[in-house]
Design a protein around this ligand. Sequence first.
Ligand SMILES: [Zn+2]
Length: 319
Amino acid sequence: MRELRMLLLFFCLPGICSLPSYCQAPQVREVAITIDDLPAATRGSSGTGVVEMTSKLLQTLRDQKVPAVGFVNEGKLYKWGEVDARIKALQLWVDGGFELGNHTYSHMSLNQSNLKDWEEDVVRGESVTRLLLAQHNMKLRYFRHPFLDTGRDLQTRREAEAFLVGRGYHIAPITLDAWDWMYAGVYEDAKNRGDGGLQQELVKSYLSYSDDVFAYSEKLAKQTIGYEPRQILLLHANQLEADHIGELIEVMRKRGYRFITLAAALSDQAYGLPDTYVGEEGTGWLDHWAVSLGKPPQNAPVFPQWVIERSKNLALPQP
Ligand SMILES: [Zn+2]
Protein backbone atom coordinates (compact mmCIF):
# COMPACT_ATOMS: atom_id res chain seq x y z
CA MET A 1 0.00 0.00 0.00
CA ARG A 2 2.79 2.35 0.98
CA GLU A 3 4.61 1.61 -2.31
CA LEU A 4 1.44 2.38 -4.24
CA ARG A 5 1.11 5.72 -2.46
CA MET A 6 4.75 6.56 -3.25
CA LEU A 7 4.19 5.59 -6.88
CA LEU A 8 1.11 7.79 -7.14
CA LEU A 9 2.96 10.65 -5.46
CA PHE A 10 5.74 10.34 -8.05
CA PHE A 11 3.35 10.33 -10.99
CA CYS A 12 1.47 13.31 -9.58
CA LEU A 13 4.52 15.57 -9.29
CA PRO A 14 4.13 18.70 -11.43
CA GLY A 15 5.38 18.19 -14.96
CA ILE A 16 5.23 14.37 -14.92
CA CYS A 17 1.55 13.90 -14.27
CA SER A 18 1.02 10.87 -16.48
CA LEU A 19 -1.81 9.39 -14.40
CA PRO A 20 -4.30 12.25 -14.45
CA SER A 21 -7.17 10.24 -12.95
CA TYR A 22 -5.18 9.77 -9.73
CA CYS A 23 -4.01 13.36 -9.52
CA GLN A 24 -6.36 15.23 -7.25
CA ALA A 25 -4.42 18.52 -7.03
CA PRO A 26 -6.19 21.20 -9.10
CA GLN A 27 -4.34 23.10 -11.80
CA VAL A 28 -2.61 26.19 -10.44
CA ARG A 29 -4.22 29.32 -11.84
CA GLU A 30 -3.65 32.99 -11.09
CA VAL A 31 -6.00 35.96 -11.06
CA ALA A 32 -5.96 39.64 -10.13
CA ILE A 33 -9.17 41.19 -8.82
CA THR A 34 -10.28 44.63 -10.01
CA ILE A 35 -13.37 46.45 -8.73
CA ASP A 36 -14.93 49.24 -10.79
CA ASP A 37 -17.20 52.26 -10.28
CA LEU A 38 -15.92 53.43 -6.90
CA PRO A 39 -16.93 54.76 -4.49
CA ALA A 40 -20.10 52.76 -5.27
CA ALA A 41 -21.89 51.35 -8.28
CA THR A 42 -25.18 51.38 -6.38
CA ARG A 43 -27.89 53.95 -6.97
CA GLY A 44 -29.71 54.35 -3.69
CA SER A 45 -26.96 54.21 -1.05
CA SER A 46 -26.41 57.10 1.37
CA GLY A 47 -22.88 58.29 2.15
CA THR A 48 -22.90 56.21 5.35
CA GLY A 49 -24.19 53.21 3.38
CA VAL A 50 -21.31 53.55 0.92
CA VAL A 51 -18.77 53.60 3.78
CA GLU A 52 -20.36 50.51 5.38
CA MET A 53 -20.49 48.65 2.06
CA THR A 54 -16.82 49.51 1.39
CA SER A 55 -15.69 48.44 4.90
CA LYS A 56 -17.42 45.08 4.54
CA LEU A 57 -16.00 44.43 1.07
CA LEU A 58 -12.44 45.34 2.06
CA GLN A 59 -12.62 43.40 5.33
CA THR A 60 -13.28 40.15 3.44
CA LEU A 61 -10.49 40.86 0.94
CA ARG A 62 -8.09 41.54 3.82
CA ASP A 63 -9.15 38.42 5.74
CA GLN A 64 -8.71 36.33 2.60
CA LYS A 65 -5.38 38.03 1.74
CA VAL A 66 -6.66 38.98 -1.69
CA PRO A 67 -5.12 42.11 -3.28
CA ALA A 68 -7.35 44.38 -5.40
CA VAL A 69 -7.32 47.59 -7.41
CA GLY A 70 -10.42 49.81 -7.27
CA PHE A 71 -11.26 52.03 -10.25
CA VAL A 72 -12.77 55.41 -9.37
CA ASN A 73 -15.35 57.64 -11.03
CA GLU A 74 -14.68 60.87 -9.11
CA GLY A 75 -17.99 62.28 -10.39
CA LYS A 76 -19.68 59.84 -7.98
CA LEU A 77 -18.09 61.69 -5.02
CA TYR A 78 -20.10 64.86 -5.52
CA LYS A 79 -23.47 64.13 -4.00
CA TRP A 80 -24.89 66.91 -1.83
CA GLY A 81 -24.13 66.35 1.87
CA GLU A 82 -22.22 63.13 1.22
CA VAL A 83 -18.89 64.27 -0.22
CA ASP A 84 -16.90 63.64 2.98
CA ALA A 85 -18.37 60.16 3.45
CA ARG A 86 -17.75 59.21 -0.17
CA ILE A 87 -14.13 60.40 -0.04
CA LYS A 88 -13.79 58.48 3.24
CA ALA A 89 -14.87 55.31 1.40
CA LEU A 90 -11.97 55.82 -1.04
CA GLN A 91 -9.66 56.55 1.88
CA LEU A 92 -10.51 53.11 3.31
CA TRP A 93 -9.09 51.53 0.15
CA VAL A 94 -5.68 53.17 0.37
CA ASP A 95 -5.49 52.94 4.19
CA GLY A 96 -6.26 49.21 3.88
CA GLY A 97 -3.29 48.65 1.56
CA PHE A 98 -5.32 48.54 -1.66
CA GLU A 99 -4.65 50.58 -4.78
CA LEU A 100 -6.87 52.97 -6.75
CA GLY A 101 -6.99 53.59 -10.49
CA ASN A 102 -8.86 55.99 -12.80
CA HIS A 103 -12.12 55.01 -14.55
CA THR A 104 -12.82 58.56 -15.89
CA TYR A 105 -14.70 61.27 -13.96
CA SER A 106 -18.18 60.53 -15.30
CA HIS A 107 -17.93 56.94 -16.59
CA MET A 108 -17.75 58.27 -20.14
CA SER A 109 -17.80 55.79 -23.02
CA LEU A 110 -15.05 56.31 -25.60
CA ASN A 111 -17.39 54.77 -28.19
CA GLN A 112 -20.13 57.33 -27.52
CA SER A 113 -18.11 60.56 -27.24
CA ASN A 114 -15.43 62.44 -29.11
CA LEU A 115 -11.82 61.84 -28.16
CA LYS A 116 -11.09 65.34 -26.82
CA ASP A 117 -14.10 65.31 -24.43
CA TRP A 118 -13.13 61.83 -23.30
CA GLU A 119 -9.54 62.86 -22.63
CA GLU A 120 -10.81 65.79 -20.54
CA ASP A 121 -12.96 63.37 -18.55
CA VAL A 122 -9.89 61.20 -17.88
CA VAL A 123 -7.94 64.22 -16.55
CA ARG A 124 -10.91 65.45 -14.50
CA GLY A 125 -11.06 62.04 -12.82
CA GLU A 126 -7.56 62.29 -11.34
CA SER A 127 -7.54 64.96 -8.61
CA VAL A 128 -8.86 63.31 -5.42
CA THR A 129 -7.47 59.89 -6.31
CA ARG A 130 -3.98 61.33 -6.81
CA LEU A 131 -4.12 63.04 -3.39
CA LEU A 132 -5.26 59.85 -1.64
CA LEU A 133 -2.58 57.72 -3.31
CA ALA A 134 0.11 60.32 -2.52
CA GLN A 135 -0.61 59.92 1.23
CA HIS A 136 0.72 56.39 0.84
CA ASN A 137 3.55 57.33 -1.56
CA MET A 138 1.72 55.78 -4.49
CA LYS A 139 1.22 57.24 -7.95
CA LEU A 140 -1.89 56.97 -10.10
CA ARG A 141 -0.84 54.34 -12.66
CA TYR A 142 -3.85 52.28 -13.80
CA PHE A 143 -6.70 53.14 -16.13
CA ARG A 144 -9.83 51.12 -16.94
CA HIS A 145 -12.08 52.02 -19.90
CA PRO A 146 -15.74 52.58 -18.87
CA PHE A 147 -18.03 49.90 -20.38
CA LEU A 148 -14.73 48.37 -21.67
CA ASP A 149 -15.29 50.65 -24.67
CA THR A 150 -11.85 51.04 -26.25
CA GLY A 151 -12.97 53.00 -29.34
CA ARG A 152 -15.16 52.40 -32.39
CA ASP A 153 -12.27 52.60 -34.85
CA LEU A 154 -8.61 51.70 -34.63
CA GLN A 155 -7.33 55.25 -35.02
CA THR A 156 -9.39 56.51 -32.06
CA ARG A 157 -8.36 53.47 -30.05
CA ARG A 158 -4.66 54.02 -30.70
CA GLU A 159 -4.82 57.81 -30.11
CA ALA A 160 -6.59 57.24 -26.78
CA GLU A 161 -4.00 54.63 -25.78
CA ALA A 162 -1.14 56.99 -26.67
CA PHE A 163 -2.81 59.73 -24.61
CA LEU A 164 -3.13 57.38 -21.60
CA VAL A 165 0.46 56.16 -21.85
CA GLY A 166 1.59 59.79 -22.18
CA ARG A 167 -0.09 60.55 -18.83
CA GLY A 168 1.72 57.65 -17.19
CA TYR A 169 -1.07 55.06 -17.24
CA HIS A 170 -1.02 51.33 -17.72
CA ILE A 171 -4.29 50.22 -19.31
CA ALA A 172 -5.98 47.57 -17.16
CA PRO A 173 -7.54 44.89 -19.38
CA ILE A 174 -9.99 42.26 -18.10
CA THR A 175 -10.30 38.59 -19.04
CA LEU A 176 -13.00 37.33 -16.63
CA ASP A 177 -16.42 38.98 -16.29
CA ALA A 178 -19.64 37.43 -14.97
CA TRP A 179 -21.74 40.61 -15.16
CA ASP A 180 -22.05 41.05 -11.40
CA TRP A 181 -23.56 44.50 -12.04
CA MET A 182 -26.61 42.90 -13.66
CA TYR A 183 -27.22 40.78 -10.54
CA ALA A 184 -26.29 43.58 -8.13
CA GLY A 185 -29.13 45.99 -8.92
CA VAL A 186 -31.77 43.27 -8.50
CA TYR A 187 -30.02 42.02 -5.33
CA GLU A 188 -29.95 45.49 -3.80
CA ASP A 189 -33.65 45.99 -4.54
CA ALA A 190 -34.49 42.57 -2.99
CA LYS A 191 -32.40 43.46 0.09
CA ASN A 192 -34.13 46.83 0.50
CA ARG A 193 -37.52 45.08 0.33
CA GLY A 194 -36.40 42.36 2.78
CA ASP A 195 -36.90 39.58 0.19
CA GLY A 196 -34.42 37.03 1.56
CA GLY A 197 -35.63 34.24 -0.76
CA LEU A 198 -34.86 36.22 -3.90
CA GLN A 199 -31.48 37.31 -2.52
CA GLN A 200 -30.53 33.66 -1.98
CA GLU A 201 -31.70 32.71 -5.45
CA LEU A 202 -29.66 35.54 -7.00
CA VAL A 203 -26.48 34.64 -5.08
CA LYS A 204 -26.80 30.97 -6.06
CA SER A 205 -27.29 31.91 -9.71
CA TYR A 206 -24.43 34.46 -9.60
CA LEU A 207 -21.93 31.97 -8.17
CA SER A 208 -22.95 29.22 -10.56
CA TYR A 209 -22.90 31.52 -13.62
CA SER A 210 -19.48 32.85 -12.51
CA ASP A 211 -18.14 29.28 -12.30
CA ASP A 212 -19.46 28.64 -15.86
CA VAL A 213 -17.83 31.85 -17.13
CA PHE A 214 -14.48 30.92 -15.53
CA ALA A 215 -14.56 27.43 -17.11
CA TYR A 216 -15.51 28.88 -20.51
CA SER A 217 -12.82 31.59 -20.33
CA GLU A 218 -10.09 29.12 -19.32
CA LYS A 219 -10.98 26.97 -22.35
CA LEU A 220 -11.23 29.97 -24.69
CA ALA A 221 -7.78 31.15 -23.56
CA LYS A 222 -6.23 27.76 -24.34
CA GLN A 223 -7.94 27.64 -27.74
CA THR A 224 -6.96 31.21 -28.61
CA ILE A 225 -3.47 31.78 -27.24
CA GLY A 226 -2.46 28.25 -26.26
CA TYR A 227 -2.45 28.69 -22.48
CA GLU A 228 -4.32 30.26 -19.58
CA PRO A 229 -2.79 33.67 -18.88
CA ARG A 230 -2.71 35.32 -15.49
CA GLN A 231 -6.35 36.36 -15.52
CA ILE A 232 -7.89 39.71 -14.52
CA LEU A 233 -11.40 39.61 -13.05
CA LEU A 234 -13.86 42.51 -13.35
CA LEU A 235 -16.20 43.15 -10.42
CA HIS A 236 -18.06 46.26 -9.24
CA ALA A 237 -18.33 48.09 -5.91
CA ASN A 238 -21.81 47.00 -4.86
CA GLN A 239 -23.74 45.40 -2.00
CA LEU A 240 -23.77 41.97 -3.68
CA GLU A 241 -19.95 41.84 -3.63
CA ALA A 242 -19.76 43.34 -0.12
CA ASP A 243 -22.05 40.56 1.17
CA HIS A 244 -20.81 37.61 -0.93
CA ILE A 245 -17.31 38.16 -2.37
CA GLY A 246 -16.04 35.57 0.14
CA GLU A 247 -18.14 32.88 -1.57
CA LEU A 248 -16.95 34.01 -5.01
CA ILE A 249 -13.33 33.74 -3.80
CA GLU A 250 -14.14 30.21 -2.60
CA VAL A 251 -15.51 29.29 -6.07
CA MET A 252 -12.23 30.49 -7.57
CA ARG A 253 -10.01 28.74 -5.02
CA LYS A 254 -11.80 25.48 -5.90
CA ARG A 255 -10.79 26.05 -9.53
CA GLY A 256 -7.17 26.30 -8.39
CA TYR A 257 -6.82 30.10 -8.46
CA ARG A 258 -4.42 32.01 -6.28
CA PHE A 259 -4.79 35.75 -5.99
CA ILE A 260 -2.08 38.07 -7.30
CA THR A 261 -1.62 41.81 -7.80
CA LEU A 262 -2.63 43.55 -11.02
CA ALA A 263 1.07 44.36 -11.60
CA ALA A 264 1.91 40.64 -11.44
CA ALA A 265 -0.95 39.77 -13.79
CA LEU A 266 0.12 42.41 -16.32
CA SER A 267 3.61 40.92 -16.47
CA ASP A 268 2.08 38.00 -18.39
CA GLN A 269 3.21 38.16 -22.02
CA ALA A 270 -0.42 37.69 -23.15
CA TYR A 271 -1.09 41.38 -22.46
CA GLY A 272 1.42 42.29 -25.17
CA LEU A 273 -0.27 40.17 -27.86
CA PRO A 274 -1.55 41.75 -31.09
CA ASP A 275 -4.91 43.37 -30.38
CA THR A 276 -6.74 45.14 -33.19
CA TYR A 277 -10.24 44.70 -31.74
CA VAL A 278 -12.70 47.51 -32.43
CA GLY A 279 -16.45 47.33 -31.99
CA GLU A 280 -19.60 49.09 -30.88
CA GLU A 281 -19.69 46.88 -27.78
CA GLY A 282 -16.88 46.79 -25.25
CA THR A 283 -15.69 43.32 -24.31
CA GLY A 284 -12.93 41.40 -22.53
CA TRP A 285 -9.40 40.87 -23.81
CA LEU A 286 -9.83 37.14 -24.49
CA ASP A 287 -12.43 38.23 -27.07
CA HIS A 288 -10.01 40.92 -28.33
CA TRP A 289 -7.29 38.33 -29.00
CA ALA A 290 -9.70 35.82 -30.53
CA VAL A 291 -11.20 38.43 -32.90
CA SER A 292 -7.72 39.78 -33.78
CA LEU A 293 -6.74 36.24 -34.82
CA GLY A 294 -9.88 35.91 -36.95
CA LYS A 295 -11.36 33.30 -34.59
CA PRO A 296 -14.38 34.99 -32.98
CA PRO A 297 -15.38 33.19 -29.76
CA GLN A 298 -18.39 30.89 -29.70
CA ASN A 299 -20.66 29.17 -27.18
CA ALA A 300 -20.26 31.61 -24.31
CA PRO A 301 -22.47 30.70 -21.32
CA VAL A 302 -25.92 32.25 -21.62
CA PHE A 303 -26.69 34.85 -18.95
CA PRO A 304 -29.86 33.87 -17.00
CA GLN A 305 -32.79 35.55 -18.74
CA TRP A 306 -34.86 35.86 -15.55
CA VAL A 307 -32.24 38.16 -14.01
CA ILE A 308 -32.22 40.33 -17.16
CA GLU A 309 -36.02 40.59 -17.01
CA ARG A 310 -36.01 41.60 -13.34
CA SER A 311 -33.27 44.14 -13.98
CA LYS A 312 -35.24 45.64 -16.90
CA ASN A 313 -38.35 45.95 -14.73
CA LEU A 314 -36.37 47.97 -12.23
CA ALA A 315 -34.99 50.15 -15.07
CA LEU A 316 -31.47 49.91 -13.60
CA PRO A 317 -28.69 51.75 -15.42
CA GLN A 318 -25.69 49.83 -16.75
CA PRO A 319 -22.56 50.84 -14.80
ZN1 LIG B 1 -17.52 50.95 -14.90
